[in-house]
Design a protein around this ligand. Structure first.
Ligand code: CAO
Length: 446
């Protein structure tokens, strides 16, 4: 083992450079090509890499010193294995980082000295007052990264820790980001994430956990799997989708008369036909004519998917929670088929007999609370679908026919849609068509 002195390599034209970072502590081991220190000229920064595996004995310069080619900068003790390296080993290439206009490669020389002979550190030079030239890594392509003032070793550390340097405050000369700045940033982030003001990944402060028993008697009840999945899906959809809800009413007086007139035939077929079957048929037609509602955003943020099939999900209220079976290829189904599917899927849902495949592939969802009540609600889009129709309880209302008020069975509709995919005009046309189809069911047959 011997002690070797490392000197400043060829600076690619620069006469003097500043020492802006000492990358190691005395006694640290450093591998071949590992960063020893960082130098900076007016136009570039460069890591000076170690020419062999070794241990830092001492630095011969201090941060802020100005050095020139050939100045001794550090003493390294070679580690046994690399000490045997041939003397004519190729010069290690310095990791030089230069502004694009002067792409120069440099090398580092090794001066062997048997004894350690400390070199006097030069007096610190005054920092230049003008703003520094942009510091750019050759490998960088992102413009914003080019504006960040940090050396290659700091950039590497930030990459390893997953830190965006743009958000780190630099405490070095002229705002330069140092290794300690990156480490401090990570420590602060970790401390913040474990503080009482913990934020969810959404950036929204979490609802505080409260001991309700201090206010009265309580039970803590385990949620069903369906309830847990529904809670997660609702939160995901509510937070991800920019919702708009549009309202309207359909005059379903004639539709209801027609539906009732089908009762005998339904009994003969063994099929109960409810307003839900008409709604699903109307939605299928409106989807065909307004295919914007058959879109989903692609995960890449660049594209959307246009579906050419028509599967409609139907929210079903069950004792275990909300489930949404999907009726497939509705565009090619008649009213009786749809009514049969509604009964079958609602039954399976309540009996817990739906298979995962029965709940996949939906393009649009119907949530009908009509049998339960209420005169309006804003449904949450079942993302990645583009829209959902919420239906409330039909009620007899006085409707002006131009001469007098008529008692009509008005069905409240609420169309929620993902405003990233659907514009207000699209939604207006869609719900208007639904209203038209339900108000005159002859259109359902067209
Ligand atoms: N207005 C007035 N009456 C209505 C109606 C409406 N909008 N919709 C249905 N009805 C009537 C039906 O006509 C039926 O009465 P009749 O037997 O006299 O004809 C009665 O309500 C019962 O209907 P139903 O609930 O048995 O069946 P359905 O086909 O209307 O609905 C289903 C099926 C599965 C959609 C429904 O049972 C259901 O579960 N709805 C809840 C959906 C839900 O939970 N949505 C919220 C999701 S987000 O939390």
């Amino acid at each position: 083992m011997s002690i070797k002195t490392v000197v400043v390599p060829d600076l690619g034209g620069a006469e003097t450079v500043d020492v802006i970072e000492l990358s190691l502590a005395v006694g640290d081991n450093v591998e071949l090509e590992g960063a020893l220190l960082v130098l900076e000229s007016d136009k570039a920064t460069m890591d000076v890499p170690s020419p062999f595996d070794g241990q830092l004995v001492k630095y011969l310069v201090a941060e802020g010193d100005t050095v020139k080619v050939g100045d001794a900068i550090a003493e390294l003790e070679t580690i046994a294995s690399s000490d045997d390296a041939p003397e004519d080993k190729p010069e290690a290439s310095a990791d030089l980082v230069l502004a694009p206009e002067s792409p120069v490669e440099t090398s580092i020389e090794i001066v062997e000295t048997v004894e350690a002979s400390p070199t006097q550190a030069q007096a610190p030079v005054e920092l230049k007052s003008q703003s520094p030239a942009a510091v750019v890594e050759e490998s960088q392509t992102e413009d914003e990264e080019a504006d960040i003032y940090a050396g290659p070793s700091v950039r590497m550390l930030a990459r390893e820790l997953g830190v965006q340097l743009g958000v780190v405050r630099g405490s070095g000369p002229r705002g330069r980001i140092l290794r300690d700045d990156v480490n401090d940033y990570v420590k602060a982030a970790l401390a913040e994430s474990s503080s009482p003001m913990q934020v969810a990944s959404t950036g929204i402060a979490e609802v505080p956990t409260i001991d309700f028993s201090q206010f009265g008697t309580i039970d803590t009840v385990k949620m069903t799997k369906i309830q847990k999945v529904t809670a997660a899906n609702m939160q995901r959809n509510w937070l991800n989708v920019p919702h708009v809800t549009q309202f309207d009413e359909a005059d379903t007086t004639d539709m209801d008369s027609f539906r009732k007139s089908l009762k005998a035939e339904g009994d003969a077929r063994g099929i109960r036909i409810s307003p839900v079957a008409f709604l699903i048929k109307a939605i299928a037609i409106a989807l065909q004519e307004n295919p914007v509602f058959l879109r989903s955003l692609a995960g890449d943020g660049e594209n959307y998917i246009q579906k050419h099939y028509c599967n409609i999900g139907m929210a079903v209220d069950t004792p275990r929670g909300l489930v949404v079976p999907v009726i497939r290829d509705v565009a090619n189904m008649g009213l009786w088929d749809i009514a049969a599917a509604v009964t079958e899927f609602a039954g399976k849902a309540r009996e817990g007999k739906l298979k995962p495949a029965d709940m996949q592939g939906g393009c649009f969802t119907l949530s009908s609370l009509g049998a339960i009540g209420g005169n309006g609600f804003t449904p949450i889009v079942n993302a990645p679908e583009a829209g959902i129709l919420g239906v409330s309880k039909a009620q007899i209302k006085p409707v002006w026919d131009g001469q007098e008020f008529q008692p009509r069975l008005m069905l409240p509709l609420a169309l929620s849609y993902d405003h990233r995919l659907v514009n207000g005009g699209d939604a207006g046309r869609f719900i208007t068509q639904i209203v038209k189809l339900l108000s005159d069911v002859r259109h359902l047959a067209l």
